[in-house]
Design a protein around this ligand. Structure first.
Ligand SMILES: [Ca+2]
Ligand SMILES: [Ca+2]
Ligand SMILES: [Ca+2]
Length: 704
C-alpha cells in the first residue's frame, strides 16, 4: 500500500507568488500551476458554509496570501508567505508537537474581534531557515480561540510558527499575530537495557537470570528505570499486574516477549461440563463473571439469561451465560465443550500502567475478559508509554486509556476479535462488545497520543480514539497508516471530545462505516488521504448500507470536519461513495479533492440543513440511478455536477468521471495513466504541497 507522507524540504525556492485571487471562484479546476500559482483561490467566500469558514478567501493581510486556496507552490516545497513580518503581536500562541504534526492554539484577548469575522492564517518554517511557508488556516472554535494543525513535519525538529490574523475591519487586528517556536517529538529510541530480568512461565525465586528465571510477578516488582523484563517463550496464565514504577526517556522500563511469549487471561484449569437440557452444558468456574469465553478460538455470544442461551436467540450464535461462578455454554450443533478447546477468562486485565516510560513490546495478549471493563492493558494516568509489536487476540478490549495520559504511543500492533460475523443488532443488544482494539475512557485529559501502523480486525468497531470528556484544550491525537477491516460497524470511531485529531493515510475496508465522526465535539478533525473501500460490509438485519464517513448522531454537535484527499471506492453493490444521514449537527463539513465513487449514488444527503463546503471532489457512480440524491429539493435526484451546483451551490469545480484507478481490485487506488483525477485537484497550503505535475491529483494517492 502506498502511503503518502510528503516531507517539508527546508529549502524555499524564490518563486514569485501572486497574491491570492481573492474570493473569486477559481478557473475551471486548474488548481494553481507549479511555480507560479494562478488558479484556485476559490475555497473561501463562505459558499454554503454559513460563515463558518476558517478562511474568508478575499481577505489579504499586509499584501500576503490568505485563505485555503490560492497560489500554487513552487516545486516540492511549500508556498512561501509573502506577507513579511507580523504587524504587531496580539494574543497568545500554544504549540503542541507530535512526530509529524503540530497543534496550534491561538487565543485573542476578549473583544479583539468582537464581530468574529477575522481569520487566523498559519505560517511556519524550520527554525531560523528562510521564508515562512503557508500552513492550513486555523479554525475558529470560540469567540477568541482558534485551533489548527501543521502536517508532514519532520520528527525532532524545531519549527517557528506564527499565526497572522486577517480582519476585514482593519487595524489593530488585521496583519497582527503571534509567533512561537516548538519542536516536533523526536522518534522513540529504545536504548539497550542496563539489566535484563529473565522470566519464564515456570520461573521461581528472585534471581531472574537466564539460568534461573523468575516469575513474572517477581521481575515486575524488581524492575526499575533501565531494566528489561524479558519473557521467555510460553504461555503465562497470569494477570492483574499493576506497574506503578516509571522509567525515563533514556532509561525506560522494558517489558518484552521472546518469540512465543503469550499472556493469557484465561483459566488453564480443566472444567467438567455437564449436559443440560436443550444442548446447554454447565460447569463451575473459579472466578465469577467470565464475560469472555471462546470455543475453538471463537468468542461465544454472552447471553443475558439461560433461556436465551438455550434458544440461541441471537441469530443462532453459539453462546454463554455466566451467573457468578456458574457458567453455561451452548455450542454449535449442541456439541459438548469437552470436545472443544475452551478458554474461560479469569483475569480482568494483564497490565495496568500508572507510571511513565514503560515500553511493552512483542507480547501476545489473549482472553482478558473477566468482570467489567476488562482489557489487556490499562494505561491509567500514565504517560510516554509505548506498546509496540504486540498481538491482541480476543480480549474485551486491547488497550484502554483514562485520566492524564500524555504522549502514549501504540504502534505496529495487531488487534483482533472474532465477532465480525455477528449481526449488528445482536452486538448492539448485548451492549459491551463495541469496544474494539483501543478505547479512551472518560475523562481522558491527556494529549499527544499516537496510534500508527496497527491492524484492527474482526471487531464491531475497530477502535475509538476520542473520550467522551476531556479537560485538555485539544486532544492532539494522531492516527495514521493503520488498517481496519472486517469490522461490523465502524472502522474507527472518533465520536466524542475530539479537537485537533488527525487521521491520515489509513486504510479501511470491509467495514459497514469507515470513519465515524458522530459527533466530533469541538473539532477540528482532519481526515487526509484515507482509503475506504468495500464499505457496507457486515451483517445487519436492517440491511444497512455503507456510510464511508459517518456524521449522523443525536449525541451532540460536531465542530469543523475537514475531509481532504480521501478515496472512497464502494465496490460492493448498492452502496454510496458519500452519505450524509440525519440527525446530526455540525459547525462545518469541508471537503476538497476526494473521490466519492459509489455503486448506488456518488453522494446522498439526507441532512441538507447542515453547513457544507464541498468542491473539487470526484463524484462517480456506476449505479443505475442518478449521480446524487439530495433531500429537500424539488427534484431530489441530480444527474450531473452542474445540476448539483445549481441546486445546492456545492462542487462548482467538481468532477464526475470514472476514477480509473491502477488496480482497485487489489486496493491500488493510484490514478492510472489515463485517470481524470490527475492534476485535477486544488492546491491546499499545508496539505498537498509538493504535488507532482501541474496540480494535486484528486484522491488519496498522488501520482509521481
Ligand atoms: Ca473583526
Ligand atoms: Ca460504532
Ligand atoms: Ca499531480
Amino acid at each position: 500500500m502506498t502511503t503518502w507522507l510528503p516531507r517539508l524540504v527546508p529549502v524555499v525556492l524564490s518563486v514569485a507568488i501572486s497574491a491570492c485571487s481573492g474570493g473569486a471562484k477559481g478557473s475551471g479546476g486548474t488548481a494553481g500551476t507549479a511555480g507560479g500559482g494562478t488558479g484556485g483561490g476559490s475555497v473561501g467566500g463562505g459558499a454554503g458554509a454559513g460563515g463558518n469558514m476558517p478562511d474568508t478567501g478575499g481577505a489579504t493581510a499586509g499584501g500576503g496570501t490568505t485563505g485555503i486556496g490560492g497560489a500554487g507552490p513552487g516545486g516540492s516545497t511549500g508556498t512561501p508567505s509573502t506577507a513579511g513580518a507580523l504587524g504587531s503581536t496580539v494574543g497568545s500562541l500554544e504549540l503542541y508537537g507530535t512526530f509529524h504534526a503540530m497543534g496550534v492554539i491561538a487565543t485573542l484577548p476578549a473583544g479583539t474581534d468582537a464581530n468574529s469575522n477575522a481569520v487566523a492564517n498559519l505560517e511556519y518554517r524550520v527554525s531560523g531557515t528562510g521564508d515562512y511557508l503557508l500552513g492550513f488556516p486555523l479554525t475558529r472554535v470560540a469567540a477568541t480561540s482558534f485551533v489548527g494543525s501543521l502536517f508532514w513535519l519532520t520528527p525532532g525538529t524545531s519549527y517557528d510558527v506564527r499565526v497572522r490574523y486577517a480582519d476585514p475591519d482593519g487595524a489593530p487586528l488585521d496583519g497582527a499575530g503571534a509567533g512561537a517556536t516548538a519542536s516536533t517529538r523526536a522518534e522513540i529510541s529504545i536504548p539497550s537495557p542496563t539489566r535484563t530480568l529473565q522470566v519464564s512461565p515456570t520461573g521461581s525465586g528472585t534471581v531472574c537470570s537466564a539460568a534461573t528465571p523468575c516469575p513474572l510477578s517477581q521481575a515486575l516488582g524488581q524492575a526499575q528505570a533501565g531494566d528489561e523484563v524479558l519473557l521467555a517463550a510460553g504461555t503465562y496464565y497470569q494477570g492483574e499486574f499493576t506497574i506503578s514504577a516509571s522509567g525515563t526517556a533514556a532509561a525506560p522500563i522494558s517489558i518484552r516477549g521472546a518469540t512465543g511469549a503469550i499472556l493469557d487471561g484465561s483459566d488453564p484449569a480443566t472444567f467438567t461440563w455437564t449436559s443440560q437440557a436443550g444442548g446447554v452444558f454447565a460447569t463451575t468456574v473459579n472466578r465469577p463473571d467470565p464475560h469472555l469465553v471462546t470455543a475453538n478460538g471463537a468468542r461465544l455470544y454472552p447471553y443475558s439469561d439461560l433461556s436465551s442461551l438455550t434458544a440461541l436467540s441471537a441469530s443462532s450464535t453459539p453462546g454463554l451465560f455466566a451467573n457468578g461462578t456458574a457458567l453455561s455454554a451452548h455450542l454449535a450443533g449442541d456439541a459438548s465443550p469437552t470436545a472443544a478447546t475452551m478458554a474461560v477468562s479469569r483475569y480482568n486485565y494483564a497490565f495496568t500502567l500508572t507510571g511513565s516510560f514503560v515500553f511493552i513490546r512483542d507480547l501476545t495478549f489473549q482472553n482478558y475478559g473477566q468482570g467489567d471493563y476488562a482489557k489487556a492493558i490499562y494505561i491509567r494516568d500514565g504517560s510516554d508509554n509505548l506498546v509496540q509489536g504486540c498481538r491482541f487476540i480476543t480480549n474485551d478490549l486491547g488497550i484502554g486509556l483514562k485520566g492524564t495520559t500524555d504522549r502514549n504511543v501504540i504502534q505496529d500492533n495487531e488487534f483482533s476479535d472474532t465477532i465480525f460475523g455477528w449481526t449488528w443488532e445482536d452486538v448492539k443488544a448485548e451492549g459491551n462488545l463495541e469496544t474494539g482494539g483501543v478505547r479512551f475512557y472518560s475523562p481522558d485529559d491527556g494529549r499527544g497520543t499516537v496510534i500508527r501502523r496497527n491492524k484492527f480486525h474482526d471487531f464491531f468497531d475497530g477502535l475509538g480514539i476520542c473520550p467522551t470528556e476531556s479537560a485538555a484544550v485539544t486532544n492532539e491525537t494522531d492516527f495514521y497508516e493503520n488498517q481496519s477491516y472486517n469490522n461490523g460497524d465502524d472502522g474507527i470511531e472518533t465520536d466524542g471530545r475530539c479537537a485537533n485529531v488527525r487521521l491520515w493515510s489509513n486504510v479501511f475496508h470491509d467495514t459497514l462505516s469507515g470513519i465515524s465522526l458522530a459527533p466530533v465535539m469541538d473539532g477540528p478533525v482532519y481526515c487526509l488521504r484515507n482509503q475506504i473501500y468495500l464499505a457496507g460490509a457486515g451483517h445487519s438485519q436492517a440491511g444497512y448500507t455503507a456510510i464511508p464517513f459517518k456524521f449522523n448522531s443525536d449525541d451532540g454537535a460536531s465542530g469543523t470536519i475537514y475531509l481532504l484527499h480521501n478515496t472512497v471506492d464502494a465496490q460492493r453493490a448498492g452502496n454510496d461513495g458519500f452519505k450524509i444521514l440525519s440527525p446530526g449537527t455540525w459547525q462545518l463539513l469541508y471537503t476538497r479533492n476526494n473521490v466519492w465513487a459509489g455503486t448506488l449514488y456518488a453522494m446522498e444527503n439526507a441532512n441538507p440543513t447542515q453547513p457544507l463546503d464541498m468542491d473539487y471532489d470526484d463524484l462517480w457512480s456506476n449505479g443505475s440511478d442518478t449521480l446524487v440524491r439530495w433531500d429537500g429539493l424539488s427534484n431530489t435526484h441530480l444527474a450531473a455536477i452542474p445540476a448539483l451546483t445549481a441546486a445546492t451551490g456545492q462542487q462548482s469545480h467538481g468532477l464526475s468521471a470514472a476514477p480509473v484507478f491502477t488496480a482497485p481490485a487489489t486496493a491500488d487506488f493510484t490514478p492510472g495513466p489515463s485517470s481524470p483525477l490527475i492534476d485535477r485537484g486544488i492546491y491546499i497550503p499545508g496539505i498537498n504541497d509538493g504535488f507532482s505535475g501541474q496540480a494535486p491529483d484528486i484522491g488519496a494517492v498522488e501520482t509521481k
